[in-house]
Write a protein that binds this ligand. Structure first.
Ligand code: FAD
Length: 455
């Protein structure tokens, strides 16, 4: 029987990063993966959506080329080629991850992994069933779209994001059920390609967990692009007929060629309770070291139900690998940045204004507009702002919310400032290159004290 220091089950951004990190720390590691390495993120999540998004943005940019003094004849979308381009990127990255695993000496085992008990993992594939022994296990089995009852998901007309990403042709119209992160990302992509989009969101606003200023601004910009947004009403039923028909709680109906369901994901936790792993609200309970209720079994990523983010899964993976190698480390969950790749983008780190107030903080806020930045003008990207939220008592930044071009890149600096505990003065004192959007971060902090130069 083979014995390992560590067996990782699931090769997504949590699992493969944990496996490589553990191998770098000198452990003998096997990674069990039932599909392709890279998991949801690489195969049917972050990367495919961003590849298609770039095509959509380019299409939009070409359509506005005359603003920049460039004449282009009527551009059209070859959607099959868009999907082919996306698939090529995914294939290259899968090969890259396989190469990295090999280079670091991680043994990649194809098959379904199942924990039999602490220190024993069964791996089943078409050829064989084998049992491996190990000192530690990291569970990183991720999540899948939740198949909600009454939504009649048939993956033909009523689709999950996974099936939607592989449609061969662009539909003329799409109902997006759920106005969360995935909903607004797909709405931005589809509307840019000229698809008629309707978002149906049960709560009072799209992006209900984001800062109100941010979701209100995105709502306005999506509407300007022609997206219809219906909030505050439940979907009663959705049926696949010639296209799809959705009936809302007030009896109103909406029709479209396809529907995309972007409500909820379900952690892959099958069989864990029966071996004694404690779950909380359907996710695996972990401590600071990422260890579950069973010593020697760790868990990371989407199945731990923190934020469903690839980079958090990877960060947790590194902590778990270090714990398996006898090292100590922990995550500051307050400074985890995240991005929404809508058009324009959103970047966030820390508390919303409402959450800060609810936590009893005396907050001071400022919204610094993109239009005050020279770089935004040259990019023809003046929509958006940088919102800084500070705690007046200790002068610490407690939240940064950015909507606008390249917000996903800008928020990294804000995350660094927050994890280093920098004050707004310190962020304002740093020197930012000109002309850049990053200048906005410094000026937003100056604006908190009424000292911005350009606003
Ligand atoms: P996963 O990536 O789900 O990987 C789990 C792996 O485990 C899979 O490969 C699966 O095949 C394997 N597995 C499961 N069970 C077993 C078993 N029993 N044996 C062997 N293997 C098994 N996050 C971001 O941060 N940024 C984004 O832009 C972003 N965009 C997204 C867009 C979409 C459409 C979706 C759906 C998600 C997006 N996410 C994004 C979320 C991100 O994909 C996840 O948070 C991330 O993939 C979670 O990583 P993970 O390692 O926990 O699990």
């Amino acid at each position: 029987m083979q014995t390992y220091d560590l067996i990782v089950i699931g090769g997504g951004p949590g699992g493969y990063v944990a496996a490589i990190k553990a191998a770098q720390l000198g452990l003998k590691v096997a990674l069990v993966e039932k599909g392709q390495v890279g998991g949801t993120c690489l195969n049917r999540g972050c990367i495919p959506t961003k590849a298609i998004l770039e095509s959509a943005k380019l299409f939009q940019k070409i359509k506005t080329a005359s603003k920049f003094g460039i004449k282009v004849a009527d551009p059209t979308v070859d959607y099959a080629a868009v999907i082919k381009h996306k698939n090529q990127i995914v294939t290259k990255l899968i090969k890259g991850v396989e190469f990295l695993l090999k280079k670091n000496g991680v043994e990649l085992m194809r098959g379904v992994g199942k924990i039999l008990e602490r220190g024993r993992v069964e791996v089943t594939n078409e050829k064989q069933k084998s049992v491996l022994e190990c000192r530690n296990i990291i569970l990183a089995t991720g999540s899948e779209p939740a198949l909600i009852k009454n939504f009649n998901i048939d993956e033909k007309n009523i689709l999950t994001s996974t099936a939607f990403l592989n449609l061969a042709t662009l539909p003329e119209s799409v109902l997006i059920i759920g106005g969360g992160v995935m909903g607004v990302e797909f709405a931005s992509i589809l509307a840019s390609f000229g698809v008629k989009v309707t978002i149906i969101e049960a709560l009072e606003r799209i992006l209900p967990v984001e800062d109100q200023d941010i979701s209100k601004t995105l709502e306005g910009l999506l509407k300007k692009k022609g997206v219809e947004i219906v909030c505050g009403i439940h979907l009663e039923e959705i049926k696949s007929e010639t296209g799809v028909v959705a009936r809302l709680a007030d009896g109103t109906t909406y029709q479209a060629e396809k529907a995309l369901i972007t409500i909820g994901r379900k952690p892959n936790i099958e069989g864990l309770e029966s071996i004694g792993i404690k779950l909380v609200d359907g996710s695996v309970e972990i401590n600071e070291k990422m260890e579950t209720s069973i010593p020697g079994i760790y868990s990371i990523g989407d199945i731990t139900g923190k934020y469903l983010l690839a980079h958090l899964a990877s960060a947790q993976g590194k902590i778990a690998a270090q714990a398996c190698a006898g090292q100590e480390a922990k995550i500051n969950y307050d400074a985890v940045p995240w991005c929404i790749f809508s058009i324009p983008e959103i970047g966030r780190v820390g508390l919303t204004e409402l959450a800060a107030k609810r936590a009893g903080l005396k907050v001071k806020t400022v919204n610094f507009p993109y239009r005050a930045l020279g770089r935004a003008k040259t990019l023809e990207a003046e929509d958006g702002f940088i919102k800084i939220i500070t705690d007046e008592q200790n002068q610490k930044i407690v939240g940064v919310h950015i909507i606008g071009s390249n917000a996903s890149e800008l928020v990294a600096t804000a995350g660094l400032a927050m994890s280093a505990g920098l004050t707004p003065e310190a962020v304002a004192q740093a020197i930012y290159s000109h002309p850049t959007l990053a200048e906005g971060l410094g000026e937003a902090c100056e604006a908190l004290f009424g000292q911005a130069i350009h606003f």
